[in-house]
Design a protein around this ligand. Structure first.
Ligand SMILES: [Zn+2]
Length: 386
């Protein structure tokens, strides 16, 4: 590459959606401001390219041997948080695939209307900062400074705190496995499929140890977008574990202790981060996804076909987060849950045993959020059979 002595922009002209042109939106004043903030120079040259779409809302700026990816926010009225961040992820993936060593990635707010500082936005800005994105003009648009995450736990807690605004959105979840390994559960389809690559990049920055990415595929293995996968594979500490319904079916038929990524995903979606429903223990190494209607009982139903059995076995409403102790006490029938969510010891237990169980079980009623009609169905099925 020739070392440019005057900063030079290369920008694909056509927007992917919306039918506008970047040559109209990225005015000389804006480009001059960007150039000044990135390079310190206020003179530049610029070339708009006509082939293909501009997928990352991106301008490439080259100057003195450094290549800078500048991704722009949406302009005007902000339509939704997903579209706001999707192109940034595309830009970030491009940046991570960039082979030149002297590289930077920046984000620039275009003039816009709407709240871009809600909890989800703030979370995503922090994710971006952790992934190495420099904000060029956040001071002009945001009240609070953006700080990168420092630890995995920090990231998991922040993800949790904006969960309510995130619910039912085919989100990507971050948790820890039974050996403490950070895990990402992400869908490979739908609006959030771009989040998986982003969160892999961020987690691999936050921890030197192994990270697991569980890809939840819709039918058979339809993997993440190719460029995203390429970047994830480049991150040496991320292990990709794809899982499709047909794979889950095989494991369901083979094993009564179903270890299913999809069940965990569905529990994370319904219940949030791992936390024992009966004692509040939050040590992920100790928390299991416990079935209400047990897998072995579901499998014994002659009237159900396999697809339906599998659906019951994977349903987030058919589960609870329980610590090892409470899981065992529940499965062995020491602890009972009635239809109002009340927790009770089995009446014929020894006093000593009851006292112990009562002492380690501060929760006397399940959280009302857990008690959905489907949960109630599973509860009835559990006790019908026993
Ligand atoms: Zn517990």
């Amino acid at each position: 590459m020739t070392k440019r002595t005057v900063p030079h922009f290369t920008i694909k002209r056509r927007a992917q959606k919306g039918g506008y042109l970047y040559s109209d939106i990225l005015t000389p004043e804006i480009l001059r401001d960007v150039c000044l903030r990135v390079t310190g120079c206020d003179e530049y040259t610029c070339e708009f390219i006509d082939g293909g779409y501009n997928k990352g809302r991106l301008a490439i700026l080259e100057y003195q041997g450094t290549i800078t990816y500048v991704s722009f926010s949406e302009a005007g009225k902000i339509e939704g948080r997903n579209s706001f961040f999707q192109s940034l992820t595309t830009a970030l993936v491009g940046y991570y695939r960039e082979e030149r060593e002297q590289k930077r990635i920046c984000f620039y707010f275009l003039p816009l209307e709407g709240n871009v500082e809600g909890p989800y936005f703030r979370f995503m800005y922090r994710v971006m900062a952790t992934a190495g994105v420099e904000f060029l003009n956040d001071d002009d648009f945001l009240k609070q400074k953006i700080y990168p995450f420092i630890t995995t736990d920090d990231l998991i807690a922040a993800r949790h705190s904006n969960r309510s605004s995130n619910r039912g959105n085919n989100s990507t979840y971050i948790t820890k496995g039974s050996s403490g390994v950070p895990q990402i559960y992400g869908k490979t389809y739908g609006a959030s499929k771009k989040e998986a690559a982003l969160l892999c990049i961020v987690l691999s920055h936050l921890t030197p140890s192994r990270v697991e990415l569980y890809e939840i595929c819709e039918q058979d293995l339809s993997e993440l977008p190719k460029p995203d996968l390429e970047v994830i594979r480049k991150l040496s500490n991320v292990e990709i574990i794809p899982t499709s319904l047909s794979m889950e079916r095989v494991s369901f038929e083979r094993d009564d202790k179903l270890r299913s990524a999809r069940f965990i995903y569905n529990l994370l979606a319904k219940l949030g981060p791992k936390k024992c429903a009966l004692c509040g223990c939050e040590i992920p190494e100790l928390i299991n996804g416990a079935h209400i209607w047990p897998v072995a009982d579901i499998k014994r139903q002659p009237a159900l076909d396999t697809a339906l059995k599998l659906e019951y076995a994977l349903d987030g409403d058919n589960g609870l987060w329980l610590c090892e102790n409470h899981h065992k006490l529940f499965d062995e029938g020491f602890l009972l849950i009635d239809r109002s969510g009340k927790i009770e010891c089995r009446s014929d237990l020894e006093e000593k045993t009851k006292e112990y169980i009562t002492a380690i079980t501060p929760v006397t009623h399940l959280d009302p959020g857990i008690l959905t009609p489907r949960f109630d169905d599973y509860l009835q099925k559990r006790y019908e059979i026993k």
